[in-house]
Write a protein that binds this ligand. Sequence first.
Ligand SMILES: *[C@@H]1O[C@H](CO)[C@@H](O)[C@H](O)[C@H]1NC(C)=O
Ligand SMILES: *[C@@H]1O[C@H](CO)[C@@H](O)[C@H](O)[C@H]1NC(C)=O
Ligand SMILES: *[C@@H]1O[C@H](CO)[C@@H](O)[C@H](O)[C@H]1NC(C)=O
Ligand SMILES: *[C@@H]1O[C@H](CO)[C@@H](O)[C@H](O)[C@H]1NC(C)=O
Ligand SMILES: *[C@@H]1O[C@H](CO)[C@@H](O)[C@H](O)[C@H]1NC(C)=O
Ligand SMILES: *[C@@H]1O[C@H](CO)[C@@H](O)[C@H](O)[C@H]1NC(C)=O
Ligand SMILES: *[C@@H]1O[C@H](CO)[C@@H](O)[C@H](O)[C@H]1NC(C)=O
Ligand SMILES: *[C@@H]1O[C@H](CO)[C@@H](O)[C@H](O)[C@H]1NC(C)=O
Ligand SMILES: *[C@@H]1O[C@H](CO)[C@@H](O)[C@H](O)[C@H]1NC(C)=O
Ligand SMILES: *[C@@H]1O[C@H](CO)[C@@H](O)[C@H](O)[C@H]1NC(C)=O
Length: 502
Amino acid sequence: MDRIAYVLILLVSFGLKVHSLNKRGMVYGFDKIEPSANLTWSSCFDAFNCSRLEVPLDYSNRSLGMTSVAFIKLAGKNATVESPSIVVIPGGPGGSGVDLLLSYQNIIGQMFGEQYNFVSFDPRGVNNSGLHLDCFSGDANARSAFYQLHRTGITSISSTSLEEQYYSSSIYGDWCNHAVEKNSPHSYYVTTPAVAHDLLAFTEAEAEIAGKSPSTAKLWCYGISYGTVIGSTFASMFPTRIERMILDGVLNADQYYNNYWTDNVDQMDEAMETFSTFCHYAGPQNCSFWGPTPENITAKLDGITRQFRNRPVPLSGVVGSNLPTMVTYSDLKTLFLNALYTPLAKFPDMADVLHQVERGNVSGLTGLFEQSNSITDARLTITCTDTYRTNRLTTIEEFKTWVDYTVNKSKYIGDIYPMLLEGILCRSFRPQLPDSMGFKGKIGGLNKPTSFPILFASNTIDPITPLISARNMSSRFAGSVILMQEAVGTYSRDDPFGFSIR
Ligand SMILES: *[C@@H]1O[C@H](CO)[C@@H](O)[C@H](O)[C@H]1NC(C)=O
Ligand SMILES: *[C@@H]1O[C@H](CO)[C@@H](O)[C@H](O)[C@H]1NC(C)=O
Ligand SMILES: *[C@@H]1O[C@H](CO)[C@@H](O)[C@H](O)[C@H]1NC(C)=O
Ligand SMILES: *[C@@H]1O[C@H](CO)[C@@H](O)[C@H](O)[C@H]1NC(C)=O
Ligand SMILES: *[C@@H]1O[C@H](CO)[C@@H](O)[C@H](O)[C@H]1NC(C)=O
Ligand SMILES: *[C@@H]1O[C@H](CO)[C@@H](O)[C@H](O)[C@H]1NC(C)=O
Ligand SMILES: *[C@@H]1O[C@H](CO)[C@@H](O)[C@H](O)[C@H]1NC(C)=O
Ligand SMILES: *[C@@H]1O[C@H](CO)[C@@H](O)[C@H](O)[C@H]1NC(C)=O
Ligand SMILES: *[C@@H]1O[C@H](CO)[C@@H](O)[C@H](O)[C@H]1NC(C)=O
Ligand SMILES: *[C@@H]1O[C@H](CO)[C@@H](O)[C@H](O)[C@H]1NC(C)=O
């Protein structure tokens, strides 16, 4: 089912329940729950249990104080309290696992089997958990002024855009640093190694309430996209504490910790080329952008791309009462990027828009780039604190080399991808965290296998979290294997960058 439709149905049903049948003791938000160190569950959202687990800011220095992590749990139809809990680790950084489990409610049992319990959580810094940071401290004008300076379009669109984006990027970190100093001194304690430790704390707390030994308790989990970085970090820190681990839609964790993502552009064009084959195969009735051969469709697509590169289309707005606007190359590239996340769902819509564009009607592209703003404070706070000491994207030369690389590697997506990732915004973050908050050593640099082998999963053509990353990560964990699905697309219900969460 369409994700948006799901969310709408959820919102509607929340509304009704809150107003009509508010059951005794049933809560519909985490603000009604007291944090506890021992995983006290409260009935919530009708079918779920919720808890706020109290955890130390820094596990190696408990005198710094505590924060809380929001957990949510759903019993499988055939599960008992004794059944294992599979922890679904959300994507992002910045994705909410609480939202994810609420929206998976009706399919999660089919995914894993009804004999399990299902758990998810908001990592530190995200939504219902502690350590929120609002970098602009509620100043919406300052935030939008920054976006206007920084998000000028595709990085290679003009002879000055790369420099504009590079130099303006320092503003963002400055505001975040300032907000931390003024309002929320511990908001940078959200690193992935700390989140991995929170998962261990959860596993131990669950064992404790079941009357089992916490020190030998093991984690069952399923991580997606950025959640695979949490998973591989956990596996590297606590290799003996894995009962089962599935990592699906895999990110190269080294590249994540270096803030230098290159694997990710590996299959973008390959995925785009399947648009032409699928469209041709579907036939003129079922693909509006159809052409007599796949090559003809690709040629038409490339023609439109060239046309927009040199000539944006002004829409004066005099017909109807719309505002004046301009449809640009950046809008077209955003169409491609959006479609690639979920090709099976979005390729037909992309065909319709392109077909209209062919006929001179560009309205399907209006505003796409502006609406695609992926900058969220949660995502960047986590990314930028994780990469603080290892950031390989700090100088303008490094930025140029990286943009060159993505542009060279993918003619369709390479020039918009840097604007989606926004890793360059990390360069002026100054988290000043103790060493204990970072990851020490090497992801997968273990001298013996994990307590149970990791299962990596990947589509054969994945435009965002490509197969080579799964191969790379699997090569580092002895005994792990890769499950491949012959398909095009990225893990379809997740959204590594928080796009559809907005
Ligand atoms: C859990 O902690 C709370 C206070 O934080 C306490 O009231 C409760 O009794 C504890 N429950 C158990 C089972 O230890
Ligand atoms: C979860 O909540 C339900 C009611 O909403 C309750 O019957 C059940 O015992 C709870 N399970 C746990 C593990 O707390
Ligand atoms: C622990 O944190 C406290 C409070 O910030 C600090 O004074 C102390 O030096 C820290 N201890 C260690 C071992 O880092
Ligand atoms: C629950 O378990 C029973 C007995 O093992 C089985 O027959 C039934 O199909 C299961 N139901 C679901 C929904 O998995
Ligand atoms: C945050 O949590 C609330 C309540 O659980 C939910 O309604 C909302 O959609 C969540 N927001 C995000 C951005 O995840
Ligand atoms: C279009 O798709 C429908 C259903 O997906 C299929 O039944 C139909 O045969 C297709 N039309 C053509 C001309 O292939
Ligand atoms: C694609 O095929 C159509 C129909 O044969 C033809 O009119 C058009 O010129 C072709 N376009 C390109 C770019 O090759
Ligand atoms: C123009 O394109 C849009 C979206 O692609 C479509 O909804 C609209 O109906 C088209 N307008 C005309 C006049 O065909
Ligand atoms: C990108 O391609 C250009 C032209 O082919 C080449 O000169 C340059 O070295 C490439 N850059 C990178 C980073 O691969
Ligand atoms: C995995 O990726 C890292 C980071 O890009 C690279 O240094 C390493 O050589 C790769 N390993 C393999 C086996 O491909």
